[in-house]
Design a protein around this ligand. Sequence first.
Ligand code: HEM
Length: 505
Amino acid sequence: MFGFKRSAFQLVVCLAWGLQYYTFGSLVLWYIFACGLSVAVVLAVTTYDHDYWRSRGVFSPPAWPVVGHILSVVMFKEQGGMCFKRIYDTYKDERYLGTHQFYQRTLVVRDPELIRRVCVNDFQHFTDRGFFFNKDVDPMAGSVLFLRGNEWKRLRTKISPIFSPNKLRGMFPLIENTAGEFVTRVKDLLSQPKDVTSKIVEENPVGPSNGVGQVSSVVDSEKLVGGYTADAIVPCAFGLKSNVMYNDEDPFAVALHAFYEMSVFNIFEKTMRQFWPAFVLFFRMRIIPKKTHDFFYNIVTSVLRAREKGVQEKRGDFIDMMMALRNDDTNNNSCKKDNEDVEITDMVISANAFIIFLGGFETTSSTLAFLFLELAADQRVQEAMRQEIREVLEKHEGKITYELLQELVYMEMVIQETLRLYPPFPSIQRLCTKDYTIPGTTTVVERGTIVLFPTLGIQRDDQYFENASAFIPERWSEGRPQPPPGVYMPFGDGPRYCIGMVYPY
Ligand code: HEM
């Protein structure tokens, strides 16, 4: 009935039979049979799908009952990305291998060529990412990140022009403003009295000053860049000003905190959504908590109304661009409208402004934090980067412009190397939406299977990068051989690549 392994099924039958006929009235024997039967039934049920991959000729490492291959993640011993990196590192001879995340069948693809095929050439079989939600319960999840199939395609096509280099140039002054505040904040922190920073040194004894004088050079860079990133994105996404850098109680800081809170319920909800979607759909559980939903929806709609009434001037931010898109749609309404066309409602604008904030926040702040860490550890790289900035600034008479940024070639290499060693998404996934035969094989990936790319493992593989665990920005210099397609993909690949990845040319 459950597709039990035959041997497990036979064991269950044998034990049940023995329980009935061969205990000879002995209570002890009866207990032994009963316990054996219970264990056999539990094992058979909890591993019922573990033969799936082997039966299709796909290698699959031994799995644990219930949790499959992610026991270390469930036990909080490893982060998901690290778990799949370990699997990637261990099974070097496999192009791909079958795993289970709870009962979710997951094909881990090690071969960059196949990754490329799944993401790009054969994308029509893998159009979704595998997030399950009910739009009535979770309207705020109706953004490009979560949407599926045609709905995603239409929305992505519609909003993509908003992320063109030209539009980004328009947002440059908004970000530059916050960058100025960031410099002031760093200066403030460095001039703080010793007793404030020495407390940080005591808590983190491994630091540049290590408690010997100059303690004021120790700052909590993760918090610092987190605040900066939030304050830089808020004006671009919502047309408002936040103050997360200085104030932990800023409403945006509170909203972020609420969203990322690791409560037992949140962990449970995320686990179930990933591995047993039917459960969360049945119990109408939200991806975006109600409090977060209300906060962002109210903010966006109040900005929209203020701009419609002309109370607030236009600023070239995301809200302005979405309003322009909505106006275009209304003006073109005389033409026959496609039934499936995505209407730019207040909710669609809110959902996508929210996802820009969220998508941009975590990724950018973690990249900056790791970048600072590497710069602190390698004075040579730090000095080379500063030197380049000084030279380019001098050439532009000290004025930072959008065009100036394109000339910071070494800095670009430092960022690329940071994203290689510390990709904010250590694994990327697709959901198989149409049965797919892996080219050159008879293996069929069935609809509903998750296909996972262990980005962190591939990007740290010596096979593709010499001395892969070392931070060497120079490996990205012009003229040096670049990794083959499907190897370096911190922003993903194919039509569903990161919408925030804008080439400035
Ligand atoms: C260091 C910065 C960033 C990194 C490393 C990054 C990385 C990624 C990755 C790996 C994906 C999944 C791609 C895939 O499945 O193939 C993604 C998707 C996405 N990112 Fe980013 N991201 C960054 C910044 C941003 C920013 C600033 C924004 C907002 C402007 C953003 C918005 C999004 C959105 C909306 C998606 C979903 C795209 C879709 O499904 O159509 N990201 N990002």
